[in-house]
Design a binder for this molecule. Structure first.
Ligand code: NAD
Length: 294
């Protein structure tokens, strides 16, 4: 069993840390919101008073934080964890942040001899709770391999996308495509329904035809077509529009810097921004159907 520091115990980090505790690892937690750390202590974790205290003498550090600014402050500028982390430690940052921010942290880690991977996740709070996340990793193969046993406790799969920062790029490529096919699926179902077709029958036809995609056959946005998806629960829970907006913003920034043409991604971003502003920021992203249906 490993000694692990876990930093950032929010909607995702809390259940991820709990799974590590449940698997028998020695987990020391830290969050600026003290009550979140207390909740993990009740489940068997130890609590540190500071981030620096949490990482002392551990084999792995996992962080799950809201933004690149916060990640860089934690590791480099304010808490300066990379000044105190033992070189034998493997650092796993699972936050979704800009690739260049991840690369900056990687470079600083490397200069101190510390192995680091960016390992953003695919899957939401439900997958975090059930230990079924997919980790999309960037970094040296050896570092990813060292992290794998820890990632496998919190997830069902761990992919290596490439070198430092590649995990972040792969994640936003996926989420940009997800936004695009969700919008297309919602548009098509809405048009069919407007013509009087049964959305369930139309789903069956398209799912067996060339329009088949995940938004259609697994996460259908039309209420009542599928059980157990947010569309059939007033778009509660799931993957929130505000988080999709964050990822589409990261994708647009990356595309701009790379000079990559992403006209569909740009349009998806405009539509999702408008949808969030229309009061859907805290609803599941499949609620984009309401933009067309209402
Ligand atoms: P969250 O806001 O619920 O949790 C973030 C936690 O970080 C909070 O508890 C906050 O107090 C803590 N924190 C902030 N600054 C800190 C610091 N300096 N030191 C220690 N703790 C600090 O966010 P979340 O939903 O858990 O998301 C975390 C990351 O995972 C984000 O990058 C998000 O984009 C990504 N993500 C989220 C989802 C999802 O469905 N929620 C899905 C995939 C990826």
């Amino acid at each position: 069993m490993a000694n692990i520091a876990f930093i950032g115990l929010g909607n995702m980090g809390g259940p991820m840390a709990a799974n590590l505790v449940r698997a028998g690892h020695d987990v020391t937690v830290f969050d600026v919101a003290d009550a979140l750390a207390d909740a993990l202590v009740e489940q068997g974790a130890s609590k540190a008073a500071t981030a620096a205290e949490a990482v002392a003498g551990v084999e792995f550090v996992v962080s799950m934080l809201p933004s690149g600014e916060i990640v860089k402050n934690l590791y480099i500028h304010q808490d300066k964890l990379l000044d105190v982390i033992d070189p034998a430690t493997v650092v796993i940052d699972s936050s979704t942040i800009a690739s260049e921010d991840a690369v900056e942290v990687h470079k600083t880690a490397k200069s101190r001899g510390i192995a680091m991977i960016d390992a953003p996740v695919s899957g939401g709070v439900g997958a975090a709770k059930s230990g079924k996340l997919a980790f999309i990793c960037g970094g040296d193969e050896a570092a990813v391999d060292k992290a794998r046993p820890i990632l496998e406790v919190m997830g069902k799969a761990a992919f290596r996308a490439g070198p430092a920062g590649a995990g972040q790029i792969a994640k936003i490529c996926n989420n940009m495509l997800l936004a695009i096919h969700m919008i297309g699926t919602a548009e098509a179902l809405n048009m069919g329904a407007a013509a009087g077709l049964d959305p369930k029958a139309l789903t069956e036809i398209m799912a067996a035809s060339s329009g088949r995609n995940w938004s259609l056959d697994t996460y259908n946005p039309f209420p009542g077509v599928m059980d157990g998806v947010p569309a059939s629960n007033d778009y509660q829970g799931g993957f929130l529009v505000k988080l999709m907006n964050k990822d589409l913003g990261l994708a647009a920034d990356a595309a701009g810097k790379l000079g990559a043409a992403t006209p569909m991604g740009d349009l998806a971003r405009q539509l999702y921004d408008k949808h969030g502003d229309a009061g859907f920021a805290d609803r599941d992203f499949s609620s984009i159907l309401k933009m067309f249906a209402d």
